[in-house]
Design a binder for this molecule. Structure first.
Ligand code: EPU
Length: 437
């Protein structure tokens, strides 16, 4: 199993290009199921989640060709209207194919996703939404089977009890090809959803209310192909901004959009960083002294994103005073706390609230990645820690960060990947000998 080694203490300087957003790319790829014409997507990030989505779509019958980050998807006919447990287990976003299959083919079967490390992650609102549009839902051997009784959904009205990102996308996918009209209330308004709606509109979908929490959707008989560029990844951008703040660095972030991170910018400025918009989607961020403490609560967009909580926990661990972080989206998204403690962080947890007493420095250690964002929080900690850190189970990182090591190396970080379990064992052995001697 691969690991990453980082020798901390370098101040990052240089420029970092932002990749296409993973959480927009995944639902955009699913749109390939909604038309028989080619859908051309530019800027699909080369991460394992997009590889997994490609595999699932090919299993359903979509032809997927790619030329670097340009994907051409086309679904003339299906070979199987099914996504198996193995697919859904690897990546919960694969559940998105159910709404698209139901919308276009009137039938779909997807394994019921289980819990996951950051929380239970139910799908009840996805299913209630499908039912409100007229679908029949059944379960069989752990699979959800969704069916339009007369081959095509009539459409209907659904109010999401709380905003859900993939839930909103799934129900929108089912509604765009319905026979009639649908109204969806309390829809999530994350920029990734807006990006998906923009692409759907280019394909001919009749959707009113983009960017708001109420959508009116008039079903159409067929959608056409189109060409669309994936939104830049605001979470990747926020991650590298924290890297600059922590290492007292000076980074130019290329291709991101600051407007998509309102609370994040506020929090970074409050903690002492200087952020300057340079125009043409270029942003400069400079970290100066030790970060000042701050208080944040995660919330649906436009609130503070849960997907940046772990990164800001690392910033708080080094702040000059006490910070608090409240996690309101996922009940178990504090797995990085124990690992940060191994590096010397002082964090106490009380249900969904973390209180962090900032320390002047952290020290390198062996730590374990537990999920995508927790892993990158550890990378950030390692960049400033005294000494060397080894991060294990980094396949989590590869799910969502494109060429992370290269981007950081180009700015002066001392980071490299070690390949095999054997190297890890040798490495640990060396570590033990070094201590013994
Ligand atoms: N929820 C329900 N019932 C549902 C759906 C959601 O109770 O049917 C609850 C969840 O338990 C949670 C809240 O609603 O408390 C919000 O969950 P949401 O459905 O919005 O999350 P998601 O769609 O499964 C997406 C991102 C996550 C991100 C969340 C919140 C994708 C592929 N995933 O997940 O991204 O944390 O929205 O913004 O878009 C990541 O990239 O690391 C990641 C986990």
């Amino acid at each position: 199993m691969e690991s990453i080694k980082i020798l901390g203490g370098q101040s990052l300087k240089g420029s970092i290009p932002i990749s296409g957003a993973k959480n927009a790319a995944l639902p955009l790829m699913v749109l390939g199921l909604l038309t028989d014409e080619p859908l051309v997507l530019e800027g699909i990030p080369n991460v394992t989640d997009t590889h997994s989505m490609r595999h699932i779509l090919e299993g359903i019958g979509t032809s997927v060709q790619h030329f670097s980050k340009r994907f051409v998807l086309q679904t003339h006919h299906t070979t199987s209207l099914q996504a198996s447990y193995d697919d859904v287990r690897k990546m919960r976003a694969s559940f998105l194919v159910l709404g698209a299959m139901l919308g276009r083919f009137g039938l779909g079967q997807v394994s019921l996703p289980g819990g996951c490390v950051i929380g239970v992650r139910p799908i009840n609102y996805h299913l209630e939404g499908f039912k409100a549009l007229g679908a029949l839902i059944d379960t069989s051997n752990g699979d959800i089977i969704a069916k339009a009784p007369s081959g095509r959904l009539p459409g209907g009205h659904y109010t999401f009890p709380k905003p859900t990102v993939t839930g909103s996308q799934n129900v929108i996918f089912a509604a765009v090809l319905a026979k009639g009209e649908s109204r969806l209330d309390n829809v999530a308004i994350e920029p990734e959803i807006t990006d998906v709606i923009t692409c759907l509109q280019k394909m001919g979908a009749k959707i009113e209310g983009k960017g708001t929490s109420t959508l009116h959707i008039q079903g159409v008989d067929a959608l056409s192909g189109t060409q669309h560029a994936v939104l830049p990844d605001r979470i990747e951008m926020g991650t590298y901004m924290v890297a600059a703040a922590l290492t007292r660095g000076d980074l130019i972030i290329e291709g991101g959009d600051l407007a998509l991170l309102p609370h994040v910018v506020e929090c970074l400025e409050q903690s002492g960083s200087t952020i300057t918009e340079l125009g043409h989607n270029r942003i400069r961020i400079q970290g100066h002294d030790r970060p000042q403490p701050f208080h944040l609560s995660t919330a649906p967009y436009p609130g503070f994103p849960t997907d940046l909580q772990a990164q800001f926990m690392t910033l708080a661990a080094l702040a000059d005073g006490e910070s608090t972080i409240v996690e309101n989206i996922w009940e178990n998204r504090f797995m990085h706390v124990a690992e940060l403690a191994r590096m010397g962080a002082s964090i106490t947890l009380d249900h969904h609230c973390a209180t962090i007493q900032g320390k002047p420095h952290l020290t390198g250690a062996h730590v374990m990645a537990t999920d995508l964002r927790a892993s990158v929080g550890l990378v950030l900690a390692a960049l400033v820690a005294h000494g060397e850190t080894t991060i294990h189970r980094i396949y989590h990182l590869d799910r969502g960060y494109e060429v992370l090591e290269r981007k950081l190396q180009n700015c002066g970080a001392i980071i490299h990947r070690i390949g095999s379990q054997e190297e890890f064992m040798t490495d640990q052995h060396d570590g033990v000998s070094a201590v013994a001697s």
